[in-house]
Design a protein around this ligand. Structure first.
Ligand SMILES: [Ca+2]
Ligand SMILES: [Ca+2]
Ligand SMILES: [Ca+2]
Length: 314
């Protein structure tokens, strides 16, 4: 597969006055201010690293909104301190045509919206457990309303193996209403919603594993009011975990998988398993990435911790 790096640009975002640097970032893209342009949303820790024993109330985390200016990112808005931000996504949850920012961490689901240079919390929901690692947004059941899915990981008292609940909510009457839930008898590293077959509605794609071993992708289709698994295959070499799974932005269809060794891979889905399309190599630790749409068949990869922007064509 021939592909070309158009520009390689290492960029260390200068957060600007009042904006704090975000560490261990998770990324999302979407139009969160309604101007028709895509913003990059970044969530993660701010301030110094605290050990695993530090209480959540002593931790600090924020979400920032960044705008592309050529090949650099400029911080334009940030949230208040939210203690723990495990993941972020963007979706037009209330259906007004402008995307909201959805955040999970420490057993909480938050809905944020932009007001000037502030990201303001509009709603907060308590989830069923403290291990809420991932969030995804999309219209899973095709009723025209965006649904929000969260993962809640748990290990039973008599069990050594954990399981993950994926719980979907719909925004209704100013709150999140629980709509559907499913259990996966594994740890889910990340998940995304992407239309892989051109039929109505997106498929749900999970990365599953246990501790260090995994890298297995599983595809679910919404049939008869529930998700049914219909395809599975490896997304990485040697069973390496994939903690970053997303769909290709825009009308193109495909899966983007990032591993901690800095390999970001694009796959097609052939109806049964994943077909490798191409790879973008980043540095180790930069596998946690998001693709941002560019002109034509150009995409930018933004990856942490330095928010490198690396345009490429596919
Ligand atoms: Ca925008
Ligand atoms: Ca909205
Ligand atoms: Ca829906």
């Amino acid at each position: 597969m021939v592909w070309v790096f158009l520009i390689v640009c290492l960029f260390f975002p200068c957060p600007g006055l009042g904006f704090e640097r975000i560490s261990k970032p998770r990324f999302a893209v979407g139009d969160v201010d309604g101007d028709g342009e895509t913003e990059v949303v970044v969530g993660g820790r701010v301030g110094r690293f605290l050990g695993v024993d530090a209480p959540w109330s002593s931790r600090r985390a924020r979400v920032g909104v960044y705008r592309r200016q050529g090949q650099i990112l400029k911080a334009v808005a940030e949230s208040e301190n939210m203690h723990v931000v495990a993941d972020v996504t963007v979706g037009d949850v209330d259906g007004d045509g402008v995307g909201e920012v959805i955040v999970v961490g420490a057993g909480r689901l938050r809905l944020l919206a932009m007001v000037g240079d502030r990201l303001v919390v509009r709603a907060l929901a308590q989830l069923d457990g403290p291990w809420t690692d991932r969030v995804v947004a999309g219209d899973v059941d095709g009723d025209g309303r965006v649904d929000v899915g969260v993962t809640v990981y748990e290990i039973g008292p008599e069990s050594e193996v954990g399981q993950t609940w994926i719980v979907f909510y719909t925004w209704e009457g100013g709150t999140f209403k629980r709509r559907y839930q499913m259990v996966v008898p594994m740890h889910v590293g990340d998940l995304c919603l992407e239309d892989l077959d051109g039929r109505r509605g997106p498929e749900l794609i999970l990365e599953i594993g246990a501790e260090e071993e995994g890298g297995e992708g599983r595809v679910y289709r919404w049939i008869g009011g529930q998700y049914q698994a219909f395809g599975q295959g490896p997304m990485s070499d040697d069973g390496l975990r994939v903690f970053s799974v997303s769909g290709l932005p825009g009308p193109a269809s495909g899966i983007v998988a990032g591993t901690p060794d800095g390999r970001i891979r694009l796959f097609d889905f052939d109806g049964q398993g994943f077909r490798f399309r191409q790879e973008v190599k980043m540095a180790p630790g930069l596998g946690n990435a998001v693709l941002i749409p560019g002109p034509g068949r150009t995409l930018g990869v933004v990856a942490g911790p330095s928010f490198e922007v690396r345009p490429f064509s596919f």
